[in-house]
Write a protein that binds this ligand. Structure first.
Ligand code: UD1
Length: 458
């Protein structure tokens, strides 16, 4: 298993290109199940989660082609004995680890064509690797009236149930049973529009029910829908495919079902979590970096927290400039909440920054109940953090010291990188497969800005 080695103490200078958002790319890829025409996605990031989902979609019957350097479509899926699949080598290529593994900024363009749905069974092997693959349930039900989908896996950051997904789909007329770890959903006469009111704004449940509702008969109203920009990216994609949706970006989505959707071309929005992560890395290590392609409007709350911490944030033509040159970091309290408030996916990174603030800062996590697993690893680097239920009190220290640490989940692992950038001496992070799920070529992006960081294969 690969590890990341880094030696802290070097300020960051230069440019970091921000990739397309993983959390937008995944539902956009899944939307290809809703039409028999090609869906073309641009600005796709190179990540293992993208490859995992591509393998699942291939099993369901989605042909996937990638645009190569000569502007030609190259098939990634192959058919053996009548079954479509995406092989291990092709998956590696999609994840950015193949023979063309040299780091190059700029996303990929892929084409997904679900001429026919060949299987409505989403297997445990792939769904357990990544929670978002559970979202194939809604579109499969909408298009085929049936789906058997394994209960999901993903980062171990709490119990993460799927009750809201299932209640929403039941409202649209699906019958749902659980059998041997699978959700068996049926809607033999098709789904019917209905009012769905979520008790909390779940991102995944909104994606799932939205994709089911676009092909349902009649009108669906989703109340208390999540408003994350990735949901708006999906809704805009569905509209480009011929869906009728009102209320984009708001907590009430009104969908009028249509009989059929068609192909479209859509760009994946920039990754606000990646952009926020690198902004926090610069704040931690010091220096002056331009995050190219970063869109401030997608992550105002974390940028405000960084400004309050004394970090310079400036709009520039290419994106956002982030700088800290010798000034101390002011402690800032944050509370994670649904968009547009401070995102839970940046809590661990902000905590890393606060470990060297000039005083105490309080992090309150309201989204997931088990999202402080990075605390014990940060403590190995010398951080002082005390836990009180859903609150963590971080007491800034004068210096962190490098140590061997372990990545526990996707966002927690990157908080260890951020802390390591400012720690004295060497930090080695194991289990970096967590990082590769959601951060494209992290070590290249940081070393291009002067960080002493490398990947240890093995
Ligand atoms: C998505 C993001 C993840 C992010 C999270 C919150 C993707 C691929 N993942 O995850 O990075 O951290 O949003 O912004 O986009 N809940 C229920 N029942 C349900 C569904 C959710 O109780 O049926 C609860 C969860 O346990 C959690 C809260 O709702 O406490 C929010 O979860 P949700 O918004 O659904 O997160 P995900 O879609 O899993």
């Amino acid at each position: 298993m690969d590890r990341i080695r880094l030696t802290g103490g070097t300020a960051l200078h230069g440019e970091i290109p921000i990739s397309g958002a993983k959390n937008a790319a995944l539902p956009l890829m899944i939307a290809s199940l809703l039409t028999d025409e090609p869906l073309v996605l641009t600005n796709l990031p190179r990540l293992t989660d993208i490859a995992t989902l591509a393998r699942l979609l291939a099993q369901l019957g989605v042909e996937i082609d990638v645009l190569n350097g000569n502007d030609e479509w190259e098939p990634l899926t192959t058919r053996t004995e009548g079954r479509l699949s995406l092989g291990v080598e092709q998956a590696k290529r999609l994840a950015g680890f193949g023979p063309d593994a040299k780091y190059r900024p700029g996303g990929r363009t892929i084409r997904l064509t679900a001429r026919t749905i060949e299987s409505t069974h989403a297997d445990y092997e792939l769904v357990s690797k990544m929670r978002a693959s559970f979202w194939v349930l809604g579109p499969l039900l909408g298009r085929c009236g049936e789906a058997d989908v394994s209960l999901p896996g993903g980062c171990a950051i709490g119990t993460r149930p799927v009750d809201l997904h299932l209640q929403g789909l039941e409202k649209l007329g699906a019958t749902i049973e659980l059998d041997k770890g699978y959700v068996i959903a049926r809607a033999k006469d098709g789904l019917r529009g209905a009012e769905v009111r979520f008790s909390m704004p779940s991102v995944g449940a909104t994606h799932n029910v939205l994709m089911a509702a676009v092909l349902a008969k009649g009108e669906t109203i989703i109340e208390n829908a999540a408003r994350e920009p990735e949901i708006t990216n999906l809704a805009e994609c569905l509209v480009a495919m011929g869906a009728k949706i009102d209320g984009l970006g708001s907590s009430t989505l009104r969908i009028t079902g249509v009989d059929k959707l068609h192909g479209a071309q859509v760009a994946v929005i920039c990754d606000r979590i990646e952009a926020g992560t690198y902004a926090m890395a610069v704040a931690m290590a010091g220096g002056d970096v331009t995050l190219t392609g970063a869109d401030r409007s997608l992550f105002e709350a974390p940028l405000q927290a960084l400004s309050a911490a004394g970090i310079t944030i400036e709009d520039v033509d290419a994106g956002l400039r982030v700088a800290r040159n010798g000034t101390p970091v002011t402690p800032v309290d944050i509370v994670t909440q649904p968009y547009p408030a401070f995102p839970t996916d940046l809590q661990a990174q902000f905590m890393a920054l606060m470990t060297m603030a000039d005083g105490n800062a309080q992090m309150t996590e309201t989204i997931f109940e088990n999202r402080f697993m990075h605390v014990q690893e940060l403590a190995r680097l010398g951080a002082l953090v005390s836990l009180h239920g859903d609150r963590a009190i971080v007491s800034g220290v004068k210096a962190l010291r490098g140590a061997p640490v372990m990545a526990t989940d996707l966002r927690a692992s990157v908080s260890l990188v951020i802390a390591g950038l400012a720690a004295e001496g060497e930090t080695v992070i194991s289990r970096v497969y967590h990082l590769d799920r959601g951060f494209e070529r992290l070590e290249d992006k940081l070393s291009n800005c002067g960080a002493d960081i490398s990947r240890l294969a093995g």
